[in-house]
Design a protein around this ligand. Sequence first.
Ligand code: TXA
Ligand code: MG
Length: 326
Amino acid sequence: MKINSLDIGDAVQLLRSGEIVSLPTETVYGLAGAINQPEAIAKIFKIKERPFFDPLIVHVSSVAQAKMQVSQWPKSADILASAFWPGPLTLVLPKAKHISDLITSGLNTVGIRWPKHSLTEAVIHELAIPVAAPSANKFGKTSPTEAKHVVQEFSGQVPVLDGGSCSVGLESTIIQIDDSSTKPILKILRPGVISAKSIENEFKSKKVNFSWQQAGEEIMAPGQIKHHYMPSVPLVLIEQDIESSKVKEYLTYEVQKKLHKKILYPASLDLSEDPSIAARQLYSQLRKTAEQKNVDLIYFIKKPIHNNDLWLAFFDRLQKAASLRI
Ligand code: TXA
Ligand code: MG
């Protein structure tokens, strides 16, 4: 069932008049405002209860439009954009003058992404102005992958363009490009389904040299903040081998002690063993499980099959969503 009757034209009109609208993308739903509407941008921070040090991603609907939002468009940006756009990859590049400090939190760089969702691509195209959009959830909480999640999160206060369930389900890979030396230096600020390996392959196939820089301790993207994506009841990530018959006992004893909370109804997070399906399911299952009657704790057991690079972005989110890892 569709959430409401908002269509592409309505969304464009709202954005044009300085309102915010939740738009679907392939990763998660965004909370969008046109970049030339400072009041809309301010409203995004307010309604999300998001700290101003946390910059927003600017969403475009073409490479030409992306180029207009930055002051440099190096060859490495071309390589990445032509390989992965539209898609779940955000490029961080030096910003153009018209991109406001509110959007970038005062940084001289801007995160740019061309999302792959026909409705949102049509909205941006028709608006002819990019939209700044964080994920459409309260700061630190689980990201929305269905229109109804956005309605719940903001108690129906935000109009939503319903584009169905998000096909990827985890936020975009964020990659910073530093093109100031002889070869580009790339840094992954937030892992996503576009992996370091697939990025590396693109450069190799184009015979372009580059180097990786490890993301440092400094927090550049709140995706790097320790706790994020948290569901409404505590999540425990069990990383050790426990016999399945012992799990409940372990949770009610060990975990109860550690969380200083009586645990009566732990529920396991049920997800596919296929990493792309599990990624798609993660946020909606976290919400669904937390909403089950009486459930006061969610747990997930890490298994040997998860020790694989394809699960990297998934566990990045799960670890941050967890109140406890044992
Ligand atoms: O898939 C996605 O990226 C989704 C959809 C809606 O596009 N958006 C998303 O936005 O996840 P948000 O705001 O929840 O997370 C964006 C991250 C933040 O951690 C922010 O700090 C980082 O992007 N970011 C944005 N601009 C940046 C910049 N100039 N430098 C470093 N990090 C930046
Ligand atoms: Mg977010």
